[in-house]
Design a protein around this ligand. Structure first.
Ligand code: NAD
Ligand code: 89Y
Length: 343
């Protein structure tokens, strides 16, 4: 059983706490301490999850606790100081997305953890959603031959600002917050990207940053993909937080449709499957897809720590997804096509 601590007990951290509780029940890892600089919130979460050791200061917690890992679930501006603090204490760290406000901070965190010899994983959980893992398995099975085209799409009108008011306030919004997941999913499915072109739009006047993005990606594998996301889509059927996927290959096609319906067409035959995620006892629709992926990524972290393996979404890996985010903002500003590798 690994002993961990959680820093940041806000809106999304409740999912981490529930997933850690499930992993503790499996005898894998448990939270022994939590930290939040908001005392009232800290007390509320401590009572809800029965965690006795609480701190308002992360440095005090590192000094007092004997930890196998730390899970950082604060928003991006605090990630670098907290990850560097963990590195100074030689404690393996998970860091929520977006990894950092700018790529220089992300590179500094990766360097600090490498210098300290400690694992670092970004909580980039969308590729741990079971429907998206089923799509990846379908590609890897060879059923559609060689993929040459894809679309990874997330379009919604869900009121994300109610739970996460800071999303409406930043200069950057949808690419940094949500597009990062969709771009990472495109990398997961089709591999690294050599060229990216983006068009960014702000549709909702109450939001400061862009709330719609359309991106065209040239993957090194030869796949051309379209990655699009929007929080200004007033649809007949609200799909939050589903990612819709279309893939065409030399011998067939894959479609992940609304309602988690997967179809794989191969040599003229179509196999249809319901790949809806599990509804964990603590999960709540429509978030259950994301909530299941939180459990999956935390379990992956525990397995990687035990085996001394690099996590799939290590800090180093996430730098390549971060380059896509920066490339999208650069392309959106200049209208030019950008090579993410040059960023
Ligand atoms: P939040 O503002 O509700 O919670 C953040 C908490 O961290 C607050 O309670 C705050 O007091 C605390 N905090 C901040 N700095 C701290 C510090 N230095 N020391 C101790 N406590 C500190 O934010 P949230 O909505 O829970 O989002 C947290 C992160 O989770 C964001 O980066 C967000 O993008 C991410 N998120 C991820 C997903 C996902 O699917 N991966 C979904 C939603 C949110
Ligand atoms: O913050 C975002 C995330 O990571 O997933 C969905 C979200 O909560 C709102 O865009």
């Amino acid at each position: 059983m690994l002993n961990g601590a959680l820093i940041g007990c806000g809106f999304f951290a409740v999912n981490h706490l529930n997933a850690w509780r499930d992993l503790a029940a499996e005898g894998r890892a448990r939270l022994v301490a939590i930290c939040d600089r908001n005392e009232a919130r800290l007390a509320e979460i401590a009572a809800q999850f029965g965690i006795a050791r609480t701190y308002t200061d992360a440095a005090e917690m590192f000094a007092a606790e004997k930890l196998d890992f730390v899970d950082i679930a604060t928003t991006a501006p605090s990630h670098r100081p907290l990850v560097e603090l963990a590195a100074r204490h030689r404690i393996p760290a998970i860091c929520q997305k977006p990894f950092a406000p700018v790529i220089e901070d992300a590179r500094a965190m990766v360097a600090a953890c490498e210098a300290a010899g400690v694992p670092l994983m970004v909580h980039e959980n969308f590729r741990w959603q079971s429907p998206l893992m089923a799509v990846k398995q379908a590609i890897d099975s060879g059923a559609i031959g060689v993929p040459y085209w894809g679309r990874v799409s997330f379009r919604s009108g869900y009121d994300v600002y109610a739970g996460q008011p800071y999303l409406a306030e930043g200069e950057r919004f949808i690419v940094e917050d949500l597009g990062v997941h969709v771009l990472d999913t495109a990398r997961f499915l089709f591999g690294d990207v050599s060229r990216l072109t983006a068009r960014l739009q702000r549709v909702n006047p109450r939001v400061r940053g862009e709330d719609a993005a359309t991106m065209l990606l040239a993957h090194e594998s030869g796949v051309t993909s379209v990655v699009d996301c929007s929080y200004s889509s007033k649809l007949e059927e609200e799909l939050f937080p589903q990612t819709i996927v279309e893939i065409d290959g030399s011998e067939g096609s894959i479609r992940l449709r609304p309602g988690y319906q997967l179809s794989i067409t191969s040599n003229g035959q179509t196999e249809r499957r319901d790949v809806a995620p599990d509804l964990k006892p603590w999960a709540e629709k429509p978030w259950h897809n994301v909530q299941e992926s939180v459990f999956n990524i935390q379990k992956h972290w525990v397995e990687c720590l035990a085996a001394g393996r690099e996590p799939a979404t290590s800090g180093r890996d996430n730098l390549r997804t971060f380059q896509l985010v920066e490339a999208a903002y650069l392309s959106g500003r200049t209208g030019e096509t950008v090579s993410p590798g040059d960023i």
